[in-house]
Design a protein around this ligand. Structure first.
Ligand code: A3P
Length: 310
């Protein structure tokens, strides 16, 4: 291919080609090779590394950065797309999710992030304690998205089995065990939730849920834009809403996520957990929720009884 053809490709096309290459390499690896442990937490070795984590310690945050933090499958792609629509309106060739995720990529990623102009939309699955210090020191505004733990588990199971960079699970039951004990990539849902619950009242932290966004997206868009100090007209809110529904994002997913579109945009529903959970698993999750989150502000926000009972 000539260099002019290469140049005329969009950022997203180039990023998709790189991801396809990563996936191809990953598909030759064993389940053990596909993950590594950093500070006791599993991560996918095809897309991040110990060296990148070390490089991230020197990451320089800017006060005007916008950070979205999620546990995997809680709506990362959705919220990052919303922030891109708010910050870079009417632009189609946004950075990809992989580019926005601070811990994904080679150690040079930290320099690439440095070269990006402000305001930068950043995202992460990191535990609170592993978020680079300068983000906390600069009091960067952090939007955290959670989703009910049962739908998150089901979504994660399907994702493990449709994404070549992750090991495959031969059964839901095996996945459920690992999910409950936090032996999945990016660690335990409950450890994440407990850590963020401690910061729920801080003025630079806003926690909203996937279910709140499904229930009334315009209200949540207004809350998010106010939090980040982005002023939007009603028409702009409507436009962002239209561009970030599940249907619109899935329809554009070949452009934004290449071959991986269907893995990232599966159903986008609330309540799909009942397709896989049996009664015993449901009770085990109920007990875990009760033990970890009952009576906490985040626990209340997750509206467990509404979204997680048969
Ligand atoms: P399902 O597997 O339940 O369909 P993440 O982006 O953190 O990987 O999360 C993926 C989950 O969010 C998937 O859930 C996906 O379908 C859902 N999702 C992605 N975009 C969405 C949107 N615009 N509206 C609703 N759900 C969305």
């Amino acid at each position: 291919m000539s260099s002019s053809e290469q140049k005329s490709k969009t950022n997203q096309e180039k990023a998709m080609e790189a991801m396809e290459q990563i996936a191809k390499e990953a598909s030759k690896k064993s389940a053990e090779e596909l993950v590594f442990t950093y500070k006791g937490v599993l991560y996918p070795s095809a897309i991040c590394s110990q060296e990148t984590f070390q490089a991230l310690e020197c990451f320089e945050a800017r006060e005007e950065d916008l950070l979205a933090v999620t546990y995997p499958k809680c709506g990362t792609n959705w919220i990052v797309q919303i922030l891109h629509e708010m910050v870079y309106p009417m632009q189609n060739d946004h950075p990809t999710l992989h580019q926005a995720m601070i811990e994904f990529g080679k150690p040079e990623k930290v320099q690439k992030l440095k070269d990006r102009p402000s305001p930068r939309v950043l995202s992460s699955h990191l535990y609170y304690d592993d978020i680079p210090k300068s983000i906390l020191e600069k009091k960067v505004k952090i939007l955290v998205i959670f989703r009910n733990p049962k739908d998150t588990a089901v979504s994660y199971f399907h994702f493990y089995n449709s994404n070549p960079v992750l090991p495959t699970y031969s059964s839901w039951d095996l996945f459920f065990k690992d999910y409950m004990s936090g032996k999945v990539c990016c660690g335990s849902y409950f450890d994440h939730a407990l850590a963020w619950n401690k910061h729920i009242d801080e003025e630079n932290v806003l926690i909203i849920t996937f279910e709140e966004m499904k229930e009334d997206l315009p209200i949540q868009l207004k809350k998010i834009s106010k939090f980040f100090g982005i002023s939007l007209t009603e028409d702009q809110i409507l436009l962002i809403e239209n561009r970030t529904t599940f249907t619109s994002m899935k329809a554009k997913s070949k452009e934004t996520h290449g071959k991986f579109g269907d893995a990232f945009f599966r159903k986008g529903d609330v309540g799909d957990w009942s397709s896989l959970f049996n009664e015993a698993q449901s009770q085990e999750m109920d007990a875990k929720f009760e033990q970890c989150l009952a009576g906490t502000k985040l626990g209340e926000k997750l509206n467990y009884n509404k979204y997680c009972t048969f």
